[in-house]
Design a protein around this ligand. Structure first.
Ligand code: FRU
Length: 716
């Protein structure tokens, strides 16, 4: 044979010898749980159910991150069930076993083990060991190269019955391709030259702890669902305070191939700002935060000619978490300008709800000559959970008091201080929620200076977010009553002697709708105005948007005398009239039974409808507003808003309805404000029609006007 040919053959043989042929072998599927039963897997106990779950189980938070349709989910019948799930024996033939895992984080009780000769040689758990958390399965793997050729089984264990007492697993594969590793403490440094860091967020991704360090010192820690690839939306961190300094973002764990850190942009604008306030589900006259989640309104106060609206804010997530105090200001209660967050989490904990006052007499010493301080009173929800204060003399920059906390923990979970100045006793009075002796209580404390607090008394039967204020009955300054209310908006009317609240009514229902919670009223409205103005958290879910939830419109609260005693009324504030772009007034009309009366001229996206009618012999008078149905049942004297019923008595034989309709909700006022029905609702973009109709008889519409409203987010 030709010598060259022989050499070639020798070379080819050498290349094909095992030492050279390290071609990775194909993956071996151990289980994907796509079948109808457990197959050859052995089940004990009840936790794993009769077959693989198809996603989320009843009563469970949304489960995602699994592959295909089926997965192991031991939340069967809730967390209370236990059991094990064991694979048939298999031979270890690849270097790695990769899998998806979620649920509880207990290495013994909610876990997955690799057993060789009956001994656990590898172990994995879900990420959750405290309330909240996420039901997203995340990729993990074991390096099993040292066990090559051995016989093994996989065992999934649920031996826990309390919170996070379950484990989720899917897609178990033997592979030679090393899955991307999770890097510990991945970080990126930024020399701050611009205002914001824009951060990529993927809803439902595993929550990572992101530590912000400024010139090497830990400033704050936040949980973020960082996007490893394309984000759902961009959050922003305002870093303007650290211009010229080095900010390091450090992530506790990040897959090595994640682009989360490298895609962060330093910029003077918020990414996506060109669409701000024009997003399809942005309430156009309901406040919502530019980015992230909001819940309760906090610290509502009038100061230096501006209304301040602080609020529970998660700047970095679409869901609840990382509680900051967001901050917005308005000169008219209608047009809001969002400022940066006023309070960020600190070593005492996340910033939970609270209130604000103006310290006119400088009792705290935080004021400057002719510049009374605005003082925020909030809960720092660490362990222990304590009440703290912060102050400002410009309504823009806030300093936390160095002597915090000002109220130590009474019992765990105590929270939501609402403070007001009580002129007759010349002291500050705080109401706040405390669970004591197994009861929900509102505690009353007093202070001369906002710093030193003494317990005075308590009232039982109210849960979180109290509010406490005085109102005249029917405007009579000589007949003023105290109102104690809390998150549900139920309330009691009574008297207060500076120490103790004495109820004169039972607990009365507040709002009659849905998605209304944790409302607060403004402090320090000038006495020549004298209104008591309330804003509530409006639970308007906005999927697909870079923000979530909103606030109700501002409403004036009054007490009115009824045969049953004094009752609260809710009225939209008069300032909302500034949004009226076009007004349609209709002549009085008698509605014939069962004939639809379209309001033909009106085609409006944002609607304020005001109607006064006498039901006459009609059994029902109905209004259709952008696909919503607001139906008055004249026999029962009840209002149904999209099927949700509320008592709505006639007043002097008449019913007066005010209906506000925005992109994410309706707010309906009836019975001269005695009935307030907030209702999250998303009208379809092309449903612009309005109509009215009587049933069963004639009804007389004595007044009707419809205002097309303009957006409150004009020039931002
Ligand atoms: C009410 C509430 C408050 C708490 C806050 C935390 O919605 O639970 O009691 O302070 O939210 O965000």
């Amino acid at each position: 044979m030709h010598i060259v040919l022989i050499r070639l053959i020798i070379l080819l043989c050498a290349l094909c010898s095992p030492a050279f042929c390290q071609q990775p072998k194909g993956d071996l599927l151990i289980a994907d749980f796509e079948g109808d039963g457990w197959g050859a897997w052995k089940v004990t106990g009840e936790a794993f159910g009769p077959e693989p779950a198809r996603g989320t189980l009843p009563g469970q938070m949304h489960v995602d991150g699994f592959k295909g349709k089926g997965l192991v989910n031991s939340f069967y019948k809730g967390d209370g069930t236990t059991g094990t799930l064991t694979s048939p024996e298999f031979k270890i033939e690849r270097k790695f076993i990769s899998f998806l895992i979620g649920g509880g984080k207990d290495a013994e009780k909610t876990c997955m083990n690799l057993l060789i000769d009956g001994k656990a040689v590898r172990n994995a758990t879900g990420p959750n060991d405290k309330p909240g958390g996420s039901e997203t399965l995340a990729p993990e793997y074991w390096d099993v190269s040292e066990f090559a050729g051995k016989t093994a089984v996989i065992q999934v264990v649920d031996n826990a019955t309390g919170g996070w007492g379950h484990i989720n697993v899917d897609q178990i594969v033997q592979t030679d391709r090393k899955p991307p590793q999770l890097l510990a403490n991945a970080k990126r440094e930024f020399r701050i030259e611009k205002r914001y860091l824009n951060l990529p967020i993927k809803n439902g991704a595993p929550k990572r702890v992101v530590t912000t360090l400024v010139d090497g010192r830990v400033e704050v820690k936040n949980d973020m669902e960082l996007a490893n690839a394309a984000p759902d939306w961009w959050a922003f961190m305002d870093v303007s305070a650290w211009r010229g300094k080095t900010v390091t973002l450090q992530v506790d764990k990040l897959p090595e191939d994640s682009t989360a850190l490298s895609s962060i942009e330093q910029s003077d604008s918020i990414k996506g700002a060109e669409n701000l306030y024009r997003e399809p589900l942005r309430g156009q006259f309901h406040f919502s935060s530019r980015r992230g989640w909001n819940n309760d309104p906090n610290g509502l106060v009038f100061y230096h000619g501006e209304y301040h609206l602080f609020y529970q804010h998660n700047p970095y997530g679409w869901g609840w978490g990382n509680m900051h105090w967001g901050h917005a200001v308005s000169s008219d209660l209608v047009h809001w300008q969002e400022l940066g967050d006023a309070l960020a989490p600190d070593p005492l904990g996340p910033m939970f709800s609270g209130s604000a006052v103006v310290d006119w007499q400088n009792t705290s010493g935080f004021g400057k000559p002719n510049q009374p301080a605005q003082v925020l009173i909030y809960t720092a929800a660490g362990d222990p959970t304590v009440q703290c204060i912060a102050f400002s003399t410009d309504g823009r920059n806030y300093t936390k008091f160095s002597g915090n906390p000002v109220v130590k923990q009474i019992t765990g979970g105590n929270r939501d201080p609402k403070v007001m100045w009580h002129e007759p006793t010349k002291q500050w009075v705080m109401t706040f929620y405390v669970e004591e002796n197994g009861k929900h209580t509102i505690q009353f404390l007093s202070s001369p200076n906002l710093k030193d607090w003494t317990r005075m008394s308590h009232t039982d039967g109210f849960f979180e977010c109290p509010d406490f204020f005085q109102l005249p009955v029917d405007g009579d300054a000589a007949n003023r009553k105290w109102v104690l209310t809390a998150a549900s908006s139920e309330y009691m009317v009574g008297s207060f002697d500076g120490t103790t609240f004495t109820p004169e009514t039972p607990k009365l229902p507040g709002n009659r709708g849905r998605g209304f919670y944790a409302a607060q009223t403004f402090s320090d409205i000038p006495s020549n105005d004298g209104r008591r103005i309330q804003i509530g958290w409006f639970q308007t879910e906005t999927r697909g948007m870079p923000f979530n939830q909103s606030m109700t419109i501002p409403m004036e609260l009054k007490l009115t005398a009824t045969v049953e005693g004094p009752r609260l009324t809710w009225t939209p504030v008069k300032e909302l009239a500034s949004l009226r772009a076009r007004t349609h007034k209709f002549a009085p009309v008698t509605l014939q039974p069962d004939t639809v009366n379209p309001l033909t001229d009106v085609k409006a996206e944002l609607v304020e409808l005001r109607a006064e009618f006498e039901p006459g012999d009609a059994s029902e008078v109905a209004f259709a507003v952008r696909g919503a149905r607001i139906v008055y049942d004249a026999k029962k004297q009840e209002l149904a808003v999209n099927g949700h019923r509320a008592p709505a008595p006639l007043r002097d034989g008449k019913q007066r309805l005010t209906i506000f309709c925005d992109r994410t909700g309706l707010e309906v006022f009836a019975s001269d404000g005695l009935t307030y029905v907030p209702m999250p609702f998303q009208p379809k973009a092309d449903e612009l029609a309005l109509a009215m109709q009587a049933k069963g008889g004639n009804a007389k519409v004595t007044a009707l006007e419809v205002h097309e409203l303009r957006s409150a987010w004009g020039a931002q």
